[in-house]
Ligand binder design. Structure first.
Ligand SMILES: C[S@@+](CC[C@H](N)C(=O)[O-])C[C@H]1O[C@@H](n2cnc3c(N)ncnc32)[C@H](O)[C@@H]1O
Length: 483
């Protein structure tokens, strides 16, 4: 019998329906309702924990991908293309709302919401403009317009809550992000510096100047982003960046770091060097679960100051027992720790070009013992085309499932984050998100053999593990193009 092909629209709708059936079943069994879009996010609600149930999590991704693909299929292509060209409004409005602490003012107002005049009063901003900003966001399901010009938080807006009374936020602007989850800092930072730098993408391509990035053009500087960030006049931005790095953990459970590389398999007293650690919030999670590990937090001077404060607040026992050290270390200089069990590089490799990454890896390789592992925690780029990845399939743990047809195999916008990061890295710091084959080659040049990959459940970041390989003298940049 010939099979009849179900038209694409119906197949996409079926993916959504099957996903909803599964979600309904999980919630019916638990006898709790699905969290509402209209209500603020409550991490303590058991209904939220169910969203992380592997069945629910998997089909949620299908819904996101299928809904976007359905819209793209049926909507006017001109309207879709034009709306895509206007997406910057969402970032700009989101940052504006967060900068004037709308979320906290609305939290205090409760579900009935507040008129734009009252929302704007503490920041002394224009109420009509603020209403227009919030309406644009409400139209994208961020905030809720309860009645005309009256707005309330919803599930999405509420995750930007800095968790402090609004009065405190307005009293001390310099400290408004200190002690927060970091998510608002991340969003503000992205919608500020990243957006401005990426806006220059086409300009830097058409009028190409060697070494000039979108960031340089947007900020009219020849300094690198890192040097700019560490200037005394940019201390607020630097703190916002450091706090914002912790905010990345809000997008995936912090214990994702514990679900890949086996930290508990390291002997007691093993040394974990968190290279370019930021405040060291990820090695702190590892140390909480594995108190026998000695941690060395390495970063630049000002960041190390912040990391000491963070560890004293969040894991004082490790600080008091001397099981954590804080080192000011430039990873382009020889690595000073000779006895590392693990060098961890989280969100570091994507910041740098191949040539510079190879220099970082070689310093680590020079300091490595034969048993030292390199654990790179980064996203891995996959193509949007449905093709077998034969080059890297043999690496243990590397294979990943593809989205069911007719979805884009990479789940399309359901997993857009890595493609956003990729171009943010390019425009801000000249970095790149890499395919696994690209990682294999850069590891190799840096003196490491890529030995295994973990894709922790519920995380978009993979753990890419290397062991020391024989160093060659070839330090030339990659000749191969990653296309
Ligand atoms: C994207 S953040 C990642 C921080 C942390 N690993 C994490 O996962 O949150 C990059 C870090 O690299 C640090 N960094 C930049 N250049 C550096 C250098 N030359 N030596 C050491 N650290 C550096 C920055 O200060 C920043 O904390």
């Amino acid at each position: 019998m010939r099979s009849i092909e179900i038209p694409t629209l119906r197949r996409l709708a079926n993916i959504i329906n099957e996903a909803i059936d599964k979600i309904e079943r999980v919630y019916a069994e638990a006898e709790i309702p699905l969290p509402s879009l209209d209500a603020p996010f409550n991490p303590a609600d058991p209904a939220e924990a169910l969203l992380q149930n592997p069945t629910v999590e998997g089909v949620t991704l299908n819904i996101v991908a299928a809904a976007a693909q359905l819209s793209a299929t049926v909507a006017s292509p001109s309207v879709s293309a034009f709306n895509a060209s206007q997406a910057f409004h969402i970032s700009a409005c989101l940052r504006a709302a967060s900068e004037v602490n709308v979320v906290e003012v609305l939290r205090e107002a409760g579900g009935a919401g507040l008129h734009a005049k009252e929302i704007a009063a503490p920041s002394k901003t224009d109420p009509l403009l603020l209403a227009r900003i919030l309406r644009l966001l409400a139209t994208h399901n961020i905030f809720r317009e309860v009645t005309p010009n009256v707005f309330a938080n919803n599930r999405i807006s509420s995750v930007l809550d800095k968790g402090k009374p609004s009065k405190v936020l307005f009293q001390n602007r310099d400290e408004r992000l200190t002690g927060t989850s970091g998510f608002a800092a991340l969003v503000e930072f992205s919608a500020d510096h990243d957006m401005k730098a990426v806006a220059m993408l086409a300009d830097t391509m058409l009028d190409f100047k060697e070494g000039e990035l979108g960031f340089n053009r947007a900020y009219n500087t020849t300094a690198s982003f890192w040097d700019w960030l560490h200037r005394p006049e940019n201390v607020y931005q630097m703190q916002r960046f450091d706090i914002g790095m912790r905010g990345t953990a809000a997008m995936e459970s912090t214990d994702a770091i514990l679900r890949g590389f086996d930290w508990s398999g390291l002997p007691t007293g093993s040394v974990l060097v968190d290279v370019g650690a930021g405040i060291g919030h990820i090695s702190l999670v590892i140390a909480q679960k594995n108190p026998g590990l000695r941690v060395i937090v390495q970063d630049l001077k000002d960041t190390i100051k912040d990391s000491k404060i963070y560890w004293k607040e969040h894991l004082p026992s490790h600080v008091e027992s001397g099981m954590v050290d804080f080192q000011v270390h430039d990873f382009y200089a020889p690595q000073p720790v000779p006895n590392a069990a693990v060098f961890m590089l989280r969100h570091i490799m994507h910041d740098w070009s191949d040539e510079l990454v190879v220099r970082i890896l070689r310093h680590l390789r020079d300091a490595a013992q034969p048993t030292t592992k390199l654990v790179v925690v980064d996203k891995i780029v996959v193509s949007a085309a449905r093709v077998p990845d034969s080059e890297t399939e043999a690496i243990p743990g590397a294979k990943r499932p593809l989205a069911p047809k007719p979805l884009l195999p990479n789940w399309g916008v359901g997993k857009a984050e890595v493609y956003y990061y990729d171009l943010t890295m390019h425009c801000m710091v000249g970095g790149v998100e890499r395919t696994l084959q690209h990682f294999v080659e850069v590891f190799d040049k840096g003196g490491w053999k890529l030995e295994r990959v973990y894709h922790p459940a519920g995380s978009q970041m993979s753990h890419i593990v290397g062991v020391p390989s024989r160093l060659t003298q070839d330090t030339r940049p990659q000749s191969r193009s990653h296309m």
